[in-house]
Ligand binder design. Structure first.
Ligand SMILES: [Zn+2]
Length: 360
């Protein structure tokens, strides 16, 4: 089966995150394709979300995971069939990210003979679009780890993500004392306190991290709540801040600031930063595989969060880059067909190089 026909099969399941029967049906079809291969197949289910693990050895910790989420966001009916536009394929999931699941199947099929000498696995999950907690998150908690993970859910046009920002969602809470609005001196205004806290926080961050940008830590005041009546001094108020730390050190700096200034806060969500250091052997290995295919991987940054953060939290390097493509979650979602073929070759070469257990 060609790469494109595999992809068009995957798309036909309309495997949106909200449709557990469809995502499961897709994974069952996928598992059926490797039935005659010398591989182990494990099903994993968490809160109704199915994941599929295919490994060349019976292990939870192969040397390398090729990971992808197979769930997609909804779209009009005709988007679940591939259309061709110039050298591009257009449709739901072609770039985010069923293309990768299709690549992995091609690689597995092409490597049939070699599989016993290789130690790698394919990890397919079905809940990335709503946070990945029951997919990669749960699998990592259950000990499905590796020395390295390929997860091409970012870095279009051959940009290898070396800085992937983390997440730190904070709720800052201020409490005061209520009084009648006509006698503010008798109360303590929680909203005014809160505004002062944020103003100081904002200038502290500017001083520490500089202006927010793609590659540096960003912070944004996103919601604010407080007060019940125009004539009442509010005794409680809260606001939320969306922080995207560029490094774990920046995250600590912020938490330390809140602690030092006895600011009362809750962490609503947090996710680890992804960073690949220059001297990481996996980094040069993947760059080699790319250059063997005449592709130069450039360094990229990413500010959205993706499943890679669960591996990053365990200090597992995540290799994240894609062929040319884009407009994900829109009706114009596309992938460059030729680039995709090269992508598959790069990953295949990397698997052969990195996951081999015996020198033949
Ligand atoms: Zn994605």
């Amino acid at each position: 089966m060609t790469q494109e026909s595999i992809l068009s099969h995957l798309m036909s399941f309309r495997a949106t995150t909200e449709a557990p029967l469809q995502t499961k049906a897709l994974l069952q079809w996928y598992a059926a394709q490797v039935r005659n291969q010398p591989v182990e197949t494990v099903w994993f289910e968490q809160n109704g979300f199915t994941s599929l693990l295919i490994t060349t050895k019976k292990t939870k910790t192969p040397r390398l995971w090729l990971a992808a989420h197979i769930d997609v966001v909804p779209g009009p009916d005709d988007l679940f069939t591939i259309t061709h536009s110039g050298g591009n394929l257009v449709g739901r999931g072609v770039f985010d990210m069923q293309f990768a699941a299709a690549s992995y199947l091609v690689i597995l099929n092409e490597l049939t003979e070699k599989l016993p000498t290789l130690d790698f696995g394919i990890m397919l999950t079905s809940d990335e679009e709503i946070g990945g907690k029951n997919g990669v998150g749960a699998l990592v908690r259950e000990g499905y780890l590796a020395t390295c993970v390929v997860l091409p859910d970012g870095g279009p046009n051959w940009e290898l993500i070396t800085v992937g920002k983390g997440v730190l969602h904070l709720k800052i809470i201020a409490t005061g004392r209520s009084a009648h609005g006509s006698r503010p001196w008798l109360g303590e205004n929680a909203i005014e306190q809160l505004l002062a806290i944020y103003t100081r926080f904002d200038s502290f961050c500017t001083q520490q991290f500089g202006a927010p940008s793609l590659t540096t830590t960003s912070w944004a005041l996103t919601t604010i709540n407080g007060g019940t009546a125009t004539n009442q001094i509010p005794d409680a108020a809260s606001l939320t801040i969306d922080v995207r730390p560029a490094t774990e050190v920046d995250r600590e700096t912020i938490l330390q600031y809140l602690h030092d200034h006895t600011i009362s806060y809750e962490t609503l969500s947090d996710g680890a930063c992804l960073s690949l250091s220059e001297d990481l052997p996996e980094l040069s290995a993947i760059k080699n595989s790319a250059s063997q295919n005449n592709i130069t991987l450039t360094q990229g940054a990413m500010c959205g969060s993706f499943d890679g953060r669960y591996f990053a939290a365990e200090n597992i390097p995540v290799l994240c880059f894609q062929p040319p493509g884009g407009d994900i979650h829109s009706t114009a979602e596309w992938i460059d067909s030729r680039g995709w073929e090269i992508f598959t070759k790069i990953i295949k070469d990397f698997v052969c190089e990195y996951a081999q257990t015996e020198i033949t």
